[in-house]
Write a protein of this length. Structure first.
Length: 487
């Protein structure tokens, strides 16, 4: 029988293997990199923090364009180590994936105290090889850090002994990773309400919870106000404005699209287990244990209501997926019986278990291919364009662009952010190309960098001077990025 220490070592090594395959897929497809331009935003803030001691995307200009300040702080030490910006970022991803797996291992043992350690290890390994989570670990983004904090907090709330001050501190800390971490306050309140203690202890717990939450959240709001002049990062407002048109779709369609995201892969095989386990605990009135899946479902609904986008493999809702996967696996173990005395039940149970394992592995491999292509697209379009700008434009040039991550990191030019992350003044007219044209004129833009289809009217007013020749974007149905000389 494995000790917890040996189990953690095995999961750590497995996470390294799983993540390493994805990184190799990126290198073999094109070259090393990250699958999102946003990752370069974090790297730019982290580099400026480490080397210049300032919270800025454009050196010398304080701004609130980082959605995840805590993630930026964690990335900064990598610039004192060799291999920046990649090595330390990947090490963090590896540790987070391993931490996620070990948390899953522990959570399964909490949900199924009578379950075997082999099944608990299987639950942990499932998370190690679940393609959404591996992709997130290698993305250079804060996604998996937030997912781990969420899972840890929900596990902690399911336990018998809780420090409500610690719960409040954790919720507030999660907001430093993603603003939607504040949603964890609701499950915490429910857990406190359902706690088997008297009213006096509940009131005391509530005061401690609010105190911890106020301490970390207050610091977060103050920080954002100091760097950006608003309570939340600029991205919090910019993303909702940019994709407001998506909210015009019928709500049921938006809900269905969000609900489908965790089902792409092994999640579809775990759906019967998730429904079975939830139903069983509802019948048993085990309300405390139901807080976790209720939050996961509510999180999906929140994005369906406010930011109903599904691109980049549903990265915005990845934080709810570990909860769903673990509950689905736990329920599936109870639902199937591979040693049933009835032959039909035994055959179906074994077939479902084998199918689940095969789907997990198949999508892990498909996910590696998708990761490689995602990295190749960013490198061959955004990064190559940024390098061209650094070598072929005057140092005083003013670059207007929608995707600013790689340009900010490699281009080192003054930027006008058409997405509003570091130029929040454009948020009210993000989709108005006439007003954007006036804005570019007022700010003295020299170049416009974009995919032609994103700003068809703006590009008609400019002269193309460079276009990438990357093959990956056209293969995926997109365009090549173009640099235009602004009028």
């Amino acid at each position: 029988m494995l000790s917890d220490k040996k189990a953690s070592v095995l999961l750590l090594l497995s996470a390294g293997l799983s993540l390493g395959i994805y990184i190799c897929a990126g290198c073999l497809t094109y070259r090393i990199g990250f699958p999102l331009d946003d990752a370069w935003i974090h790297q730019t803030y982290a580099r400026n923090l480490a080397l210049r001691g300032e919270w800025a995307f454009i050196p010398g200009s304080l701004s609130g364009g980082s959605t995840a300040p805590l993630w930026t702080f964690l990335l900064a030490p990598g610039y004192y180590l060799p291999g920046a910006p990649y090595l330390w970022t990947y090490v963090l991803g590896w540790l987070l994936l391993a931490g996620m797996a070990y948390s899953g291992y522990r959570y399964f043992r909490l949900l199924r105290p009578d379950g075997s350690q082999a099944l608990a290890m299987t639950a942990g390994l499932m998370l190690v090889f679940e393609w959404h989570l591996v992709w997130a670990a290698a993305s250079g983004m804060e996604t998996l850090l937030f997912s781990l904090v969420v899972l840890f907090l929900l596990i902690y709330l399911s336990g018998e002994r809780r420090s409500w001050m610690l719960v409040g501190l954790l919720i507030g800390t999660s907001a430093w990773i993603r603003p939607d971490g504040i949603t964890l306050a609701l499950p915490a309140m429910l857990a406190l309400t359902l706690a088997p203690v008297g009213l006096r202890q509940k009131v005391g717990g509530f005061c401690l919870l609010v105190a911890g939450l106020a301490l970390t959240t207050g610091a977060y709001v103050w920080f954002n106000w100091q760097v950006g002049g608003s309570w939340f990062p600029n991205t919090f407002y910019a993303k909702q404005t940019e994709y407001a048109i998506e909210r015009s779709m019928p709500l049921l369609i938006r809900l269905a699209e969000q609900a489908a995201l965790p089902l792409i892969g092994v999640g579809v095989c775990l759906l019967p287990g998730f429904m079975f386990f939830c139903g069983r605990l509802i019948l048993r009135r085990s309300w405390v244990y139901l807080i976790a899946p209720a939050w996961a479902v509510g999180y999906l609904c929140l994005y369906a209501l406010r930011l109903p986008v599904t691109y980049q493999h549903g990265r915005y809702v990845i934080p709810m997926m570990p909860v769903y996967f673990l509950w689905g696996f736990t329920g599936l173990i109870q639902l199937i019986n591979v040693r049933s005395p009835r032959m039909l039940s035994r055959v179906l149970s074994r077939a479902w278990f084998i199918a689940t394992s095969l789907v997990l592995v198949a999508f892990w491999l498909l996910g590696a291919r998708a990761y490689g292509r995602d990295v190749a697209l960013i490198e061959s379009e955004m990064v190559d364009t940024a390098r061209w700008l650094a070598q072929n434009t005057e140092a005083e040039a003013v670059i207007a662009a929608h995707d600013i991550g790689a340009i900010g990191y490699f281009g080192e030019r003054k930027l006008l952010d058409l997405a509003g992350l570091v130029s929040p003044e454009v948020i009210p007219f993000l989709r108005d190309e006439d007003q954007l044209a006036e804005y570019l004129d007022q700010k003295g833009a020299t170049y416009l960098v974009t995919f032609p289809g994103w700003y068809p009217r703006l590009t008609l007013q400019a002269t193309p001077v460079y276009q990438t020749n990357g093959k990956f974007s056209p293969e995926l149905g997109g365009e090549n990025m173009v640099v235009y000389k602004w009028r």
